[in-house]
Design a protein around this ligand. Structure first.
Ligand code: ZN
Length: 402
């Protein structure tokens, strides 16, 4: 049931998304939050990796896939944020069938980015709306949180304290694996570049070779560039990779694991950018909307961590590419629009509004039920708000060349 909720939040449901069942949000995390220990953190890490990101920006891995034991239902981790920290990304993962998340996060200035017990507070049944930094519900396999992901969530230097949770088969996991990435720089970036790794399953005849001379594919890339250009973000390097055709149909129906199996192929990614998989169909198992145009395996995707069940987005090609090339709608091209929407999820944006017209995101500057916005559930809009743009550019997958 948890898996279904994750996909409902992540999926670009062009047909219907209004049947979200509140019962799907029942999570074992409530038990975990009752007994979290804020002061049990482990020794501080030193930096393990630093790579130039350009324009004075540096991506630094503060904690690199460290296994942390769970004690008293949570794993406690401390780390030191550098003086010029611009954003911090926490990735919690483990067993692909497990569920992982953040119970609490104390900023370097001592304030709470995510306060203990947040999941029990009113209004937080879809994630921590009341937290200074939006914090998601438990995620299947991999949980990623970028801060700031809203204007109230600015991060500060100093000692950060995390309480993390992990569950496998309904029981607290023995341990979780945690990675913490810092983006360092002079100020919050106003521009950036995103690299894209494209994967092809042979669906609808698209291959790594054919797309590079295909005007429709070029129009799709142009659509992404046009929309993200409004937020100061442009596409950088693009790589192309063919996969086994047996991967060309995926299902997000309950109990299906084909989407995660597809994402695991992202281990072949050739840049540190985002991974986009083109398939024939993304099936749902739902009679009312049997297939959807796109899905993000996680929100956001775990940056710099390819090969997990959460490491990418999938785009269905059957509908748009069944139209003869000369008759395809190029402005905007359907697949390009879906790519842009799913990339928004991959970089950390949730739907501004769901089809139920009740569920909305945590931003103050995204109007409710306005499908002119790219991240409205129907995925047909173009607008990226200022707050959304700042959250996108905080993601460490966005680099900042000189
Ligand atoms: Zn969506």
């Amino acid at each position: 049931m948890n898996r279904a909720l994750t996909y409902l939040l992540a999926a670009c449901l062009l047909w219907s998304c209004g049947d979200e069942d509140a019962d799907t949000q029942a999570q074992p995390q409530d038990a975990a939050r009752a007994d979290s220990d804020q002061d049990g953190g482990l020794a501080l890490d030193s930096a393990t990796d630093a790579a130039p990101a350009g324009a004075g920006f540096i991506i630094e891995t503060l904690i690199d896939q460290r296994q942390v034991p769970i004690s008293g239902a949570s794993a406690n981790v401390n780390f030191e944020a550098p003086d010029d920290v611009v954003s911090l990304t926490v990735i919690v993962h483990g067993d692909p069938d497990g569920w992982f998340g953040i119970e609490s996060w104390t900023d370097g200035d001592g304030t709470q980015l995510a306060a203990p017990g947040w999941s029990e507070a009113a209004g937080n049944d879809r994630g921590c709306m009341t937290c200074r930094n939006f914090t998601g519900l438990l995620q299947n396999g991999v949980s990623t949180t970028v801060a700031p992901n809203r204007d109230t969530g600015a991060v500060h230097p100093g000692t950060h304290r995390l309480a993390l949770s992990g569950w496998v088969d309904g029981f607290a996991a023995d341990s979780v694996t945690v990675t913490v990435i810092a983006k360092r720089g002079p100020a919050a970036p106003e521009t950036g570049v995103i690299d894209l790794n494209f994967y092809f399953t042979g669906a609808q005849g698209w291959t790594s070779d054919s797309v590079q001379g295909d005007p429709y594919f070029a129009a799709c890339v142009q659509r992404v560039n046009e929309l993200y250009g409004r937020a100061g973000i442009t596409i950088g390097d693009m790589t192309y990779q063919d996969l086994d055709p047996t991967l060309s149909t995926v299902s997000i129906a309950e109990g299906e694991e084909t989407l995660g199996a597809l994402m695991a192929n992202s281990i072949a990614s050739q840049t540190d950018g985002l991974n986009i998989f083109f398939v024939d169909q993304i099936l749902t198992g739902e009679p009312d909307f049997p297939a959807i145009p796109g899905v993000a395996a996680s929100v956001p995707n775990p940056p710099y961590l390819p090969g997990t069940v959460a490491s990418g987005v999938a785009i269905g090609t059957r509908g748009p590419l069944e139209v003869p090339p000369g008759q395809r709608f190029l402005d905007p091209p359907a697949i390009g629009q879906t790519m842009a929407h799913e990339l928004g999820h991959a970089l950390g944006l949730f739907h501004t509004s769901e089809y139920d017209e009740v569920s909305h995101d945590h931003y103050d500057d995204t109007p409710e039920n306005d499908n002119r916005y790219l991240m409205h559930a129907d995925g047909t809009g173009a607008i990226i708000s200022d707050e959304q743009g700042r959250a996108l550019r905080a993601n460490p997958a966005i680099r900042h060349p000189e």
